[in-house]
Design a protein. Sequence first.
Length: 347
Amino acid sequence: MSKQILVGGVPVGGGAPVTIQSMCNTRTDDVSATVAQILRLEEAGCEIIRVAVPDLAAAKAVGAIREQIHIPLVVDIHFDYKLALESVAAGADAVRINPGNIGDADRVKAVARACAEKKLPIRIGVNGGSLEKELLAKYGGPTPEALVESAFGHIQLLNRWDFDDICVSLKTSSVPGTIAAYRKMAAESDYPLHVGLTEAGTPRMGVLKSAVGIGGLLALGIGDTIRVSLSADPVEEVYAAQDILRVVGLRKDAPELISCPTCGRTRIDLISLAHEVEERLRQVRKPITVAVMGCVVNGPGEAREADVGIAGGDGVGLLFRKGEIVKKVPQEELVDELFRLIDTLEI
């Protein structure tokens, strides 16, 4: 069990539900574009949002952005501690820094004191691509041991100024390395962990790597808040994070789709049918299992654990519930009939 912090009133750690994060890819000083993107992310299910603060214009925009959104706002700071101070004063809900790259101890102290005064947590963001040179030399690369040692070094910097309202992340682009680092950190401390992989890639490989890395850690009970990093619209990150949480059983707030692979018995366009059902299920908020099967011979029986489902045939299909056939339906009406049945379910 990790300790708990509060990010703008949202609990992270300490047994609280795992939260979903994302990061804007708009220019932070473009307030209208950034707010519009955050509102889209909120609608998709994002619960904590982060923005880059590379300069003073971005820091000064934090307050105007915060006033127009409904989820906690985290600022991402590198190198210039004054940007952290400006962002905190402007109304940020949390700060993400790498204490080792913002200067001497007095600068770390200034950030810690500013956050303590406002009761804001700090995320120590250890990244395999920006690890301290001495640790790279000591370990021969961004190994799990190097990442964890870096995290504890940064924790000690903040602890020196009596600051302990801390969350930790240890990100690399390697799935095995990232898993090993988080497992080691979880074994050696009780700080809440922000879990993710950095530079995961485009949606195809990025979602796969994140599902294995983030999902694997969550299945082990490690992780308090997550971000799926993709070279894509940030909304795709939120959808992927939701799917990961549902697959590992940490969220039961939406339907789960199961569908069979195609085979020689299939007489319908099962792939298109499954995609259509999946897309329409995004609007459903019932914790049900929905099956899309390609064969009326085995479909209902193979998917008997599903709450509802359809099985395609040659021009006609079956609508079924808990493995029992409800009725035969013309193929072109299968999806609409399925969603009419879903609407009647009381959960």
